[in-house]
Design a protein. Structure first.
Length: 393
């Protein structure tokens, strides 16, 4: 459950226990955050036996994540329930997560929304994000982009990067808020500066197009590369195109090819396609049509859900490579013998001028270097893909 179960004990939670026990629960929480799970459990057990809700939350967290013992979801649910029923917001959020994900019980989105709502009402920012997403998508609650925007904004202003990311998407789409690219960029930047990779990628796209203000290619490269380094595959493809086209960076076919290869090896169909083109066009230094065909075939296999134009483009590359490889693998036919004829009597005429040797060499080199496939700039006329990252995290 990772990030969603971030343990942040609030003053409100501390107020649920007697003052004499506040230090005890604080010590148990400190031990948990320090990774001293056995110690934390030993401190929390006697407090939970006395009905302390924060101690029940700690024990629920340990049981749910297999800390200080084996994973025990029924036990985790029992401890979370003991705490949630008396208002412990982190336990309420945890039960919402279990119901939403279907962990430890059958998935129940309606029950999840109920627990998220209780936790959100106490200021739990991640609960606001999850509940906001459910309103944005209409999951077990009426679809209400305005309500979603309000919840995202509350959590975003409190500094929650996932909320900032989702609020940026709403401003970008004009859902729940009037479309405003500048505000979308503002919230993506706020999340990006906290390390949110998808926000880095979306911010880079806005900076490149200039929709949030003036075009900023240096900013585009900065955030696109940051997203790529975090593993965002479309960002790796975009970095390859930026280097190929020399946008915001000095053009470098070698670095372009390296980024395409990185994206291809990560599973990007677009990266596989462009890497196949790069190999065919000698961006890698040597033309290897067999390797290019391998990547072209993988790209086609992963493109079943891609727009028809992309499928056609990738299929055309695969078929063209197959044709060229087949033609080159066929043995040359021996020339058919021609019947001998008497040599004609030469007529004295002026000989045509000889073709200079250098011109012959230039023609041969031009034929040798002719592209096997359409150049990259014809296949990808934009330095970045048009899609934005939209996923629930």
């Amino acid at each position: 459950m990772g990030r969603w179960l971030a343990i942040v004990m609030t003053c409100a939670a501390m107020a649920l226990v007697p003052v004499a026990k506040a230090q005890d629960i604080a010590d148990a929480m400190a031990a948990l955050n320090a990774g001293q799970h056995d110690t934390s459990k030993a401190m929390a057990v006697p407090l939970a036996e006395k009905g302390n809700p924060d101690a029940h939350f700690i024990l629920g967290h340990l049981a749910a994540n297999g800390l200080a013992g084996p994973t025990d979801m029924p036990l985790a649910v029992n401890h979370y329930s003991e705490a949630a029923l008396v208002g412990q917001p982190h336990a309420q959020f945890a039960l919402g997560e279990l119901a939403y994900q279907g962990e430890g019980a059958v998935q129940d989105l309606e029950r999840a929304a109920g627990w998220y709502n209780l936790a959100a009402a106490q200021g739990h920012n991640l609960a606001k994000v999850r509940l906001g997403y459910m309103y944005a998508e209409g999951q077990s609650v009426p679809k209400d982009p305005s309500r979603a925007a309000l919840l995202f904004e509350e959590a975003a202003k409190a500094g929650e990067p996932i909320a900032q990311y989702h609020l940026g998407l709403l401003y970008l789409d004009g859902e729940g808020r009037r479309r405003d690219y500048a505000k979308a960029a503002k919230w993506f930047r706020a999340a990006a500066e906290q390390g949110d990779a998808d926000s880095m990628y979306n911010l880079a796209l806005i900076l490149e197009t200039g929709r949030g203000g003036e075009t900023d290619l240096l900013g585009t490269v900065r955030w696109m590369e940051a997203a790529a380094r975090e593993g965002v595959l479309p960002a790796k493809v975009s970095m390859g195109l930026l280097y190929y086209n020399g946008r915001g960076v000095e053009a470098s076919p070698k670095l372009a090819s390296d980024w395409f290869k990185d994206a291809a090896e990560g599973g990007s169909a677009e990266g596989m396609f462009l890497y196949a083109v790069a190999i065919s066009e000698r961006l890698t230094g040597k033309r290897d049509l067999v390797t290019a065909l391998k990547w072209a075939e993988k790209s086609v296999a992963l493109s079943t859900d891609a727009p028809i134009e992309m499928r056609q483009e990738r299929t055309a590359l695969r078929d063209q490579l197959r044709k060229v490889i087949t033609q080159r693998s066929q043995p040359a036919r021996a020339p058919r013998p021609q019947p001998k004829e008497p040599a004609p009597v030469p007529t004295p005429v002026s000989a045509p001028p000889d073709v200079p040797p250098q011109q012959v060499a230039d023609i041969e080199e031009e034929e040798k270097e002719s592209p096997m496939v359409a150049p990259i700039e014809e296949m990808a006329d934009s330095s970045t893909p048009k899609n934005l990252r939209r996923k629930l995290r």
